[in-house]
Design a protein around this ligand. Structure first.
Ligand code: GDP
Ligand code: MN
Length: 399
């Protein structure tokens, strides 16, 4: 799960990381009076979306007056902002963060990630802040400083000092750098984050070390342990298909193709996507309905896949161990009757209660295409989809 910049700053501040004074606004009027509350004579207004690259896209504006804040934020609220991280559809701006502007001397890149090969938290830093890490690694790879943390002892002060020295931090500010690094590390580990990124971490002209931007991502599977983090979720920033699935306890990832997949087990779901690709089709999603799925759950999964307007054919592939083919078949039939499915549906069932399942499908009177093997199912779903396309209609299921 991603959170907004202003939320990440609040989280990190609780772990001792210095951040600018700031206040959240939901309208241009509120932005101006929140700026007045903050005081000072220069502010930065920042569009809150779950993506970086806002600076280049006009989502970060330095303002010197009420009028400038009003104008800058009027151009933000309600707009879809497209940055190189959002994809072409962009993300809606519904919140703006107003901060007291900070006089920057140096910008530093600082990231905490999980390094799978060393199985450690890895710190990645560079004196070339302000640029994205991808650009830094392409253009100034030698500037990147890396350090891994031994989990049994945690992030030691000497490691932090080493990183600070390598970044060329002046002696008088090393202690602030140590505090920042340790704060981020503690936030990362104690809250089950998978990523903390501060870009830029700045050294100000008056020698303070401040996180000017902040990004945090959390492990969804650990959110139950951190209700205060789970509360920070903002569905307006998520793929609506994925939020609907998460709300229904389904493992779903939206993709760009046209063939909807309803499968049990992550491994089988991956194999099903591969087989569709081999048959020269493109999956519209990854969906794992899990074990012991009731007819209601299967029907929910079916409705979810159908709510994606890109879906032009559906493949149900179940290898029932804990699951029951008859329940899956009931779910499919129930959903098709409720929703009025207009796209070809191919069902391949194997395992527990398969005969009962096949019987339910056969007696339903619905135009369900049945397949015996995974290959056959993939060939058939891609064939049915192409056939429909060539007829220029979504109807015409050959049963
Ligand atoms: P991003 O583009 O989405 O990563 O947004 P950032 O929060 O990183 O802001 C982009 C850039 O705006 C930063 O790299 C800074 O150069 C600039 N910026 C942000 N806040 C301030 C500020 O308080 N003062 C000044 N002078 N520049 C700022
Ligand atoms: Mn940034």
């Amino acid at each position: 799960m991603d959170i907004h910049e202003y939320q990440a700053k609040e989280v990190l501040a609780n772990f001792g990381v210095a951040v600018p004074d700031g206040a959240l606004a939901y309208s241009p009027e509120q932005a101006t009076y929140r700026a007045r509350e903050l005081g000072g004579d220069r502010w930065v207004v920042k569009a809150q979306i779950h993506a970086g690259g806002r600076g280049k896209a006009g989502g970060v504006k330095v303002c010197d007056s009420d009028v400038e804040i009003q104008e800058a934020t009027e151009g933000m609220f309600g707009q879809k902002m497209v940055t190189h991280q959002t994809g072409p559809e962009g993300k809606g701006i519904y919140r703006v963060y107003v901060e007291a502007a900070v006089p920057i001397n140096r910008e530093i890149y600082l990231g905490f990630v999980l390094d799978r090969s060393s199985q450690r938290v890895m710190i990645v830093a560079s004196a070339e802040g302000g640029m994205e890490i991808e650009e830094i690694s392409a253009e100034k790879p030698d500037s990147i400083v890396r350090a891994t943390v031994e989990p049994a002892v945690g992030l030691r002060e000497f490691q932090c000092r080493q990183i600070a020295f390598k970044l060329g931090i002046e002696t008088g500010m090393i202690q602030q750098m140590v505090r920042t690094l340790q704060g981020c590390y503690r936030a990362f580990t104690e809250l089950d984050a998978t990523m903390v990124e501060i870009n830029p971490l700045v050294v100000t002209t008056d020698n303070r070390v401040i996180a000017l931007d902040a990004k945090m991502t959390f492990d969804d599977n650990a959110l139950f342990r951190h209700p205060h983090v789970a509360e920070l979720r903002d569905k307006s920033q998520e793929d609506p298909r994925e939020s609907r699935a998460a709300d229904r306890g389904l493992n779903y990832v939206g993709l760009d193709g046209n063939i909807g997949c309803i499968v049990n087990g992550a491994g089988l779901a991956m194999a099903t996507m591969d087989t569709i690709k081999l048959a020269r089709g493109e999956p519209a999603n990854f969906l794992d309905i899990g074990g012991g799925a009731t007819p209601e759950r299967v029907a929910k999964a079916f409705r979810l896949v159908l709510s994606d307007t890109n879906v032009q054919a559906i493949l149900v592939n179940i290898f029932a161990g804990i699951n029951r083919c008859d329940w899956v078949a009931e779910g499919v039939v129930q959903a098709m009757k409720d929703v009025g499915v207009e796209v070809p549906v191919i069902v391949r069932l194997a395992g527990t209660n398969v005969e009962a399942g096949q019987k339910i499908l056969a007696q339903s009177g619905l135009p369900i295409i049945r397949a015996a093997t995974l290959n056959e199912a993939a060939e058939r779903v891609v064939g049915a989809w192409r056939n429909d396309l060539s007829q220029g209609t979504k109807m015409g299921v050959a049963s």
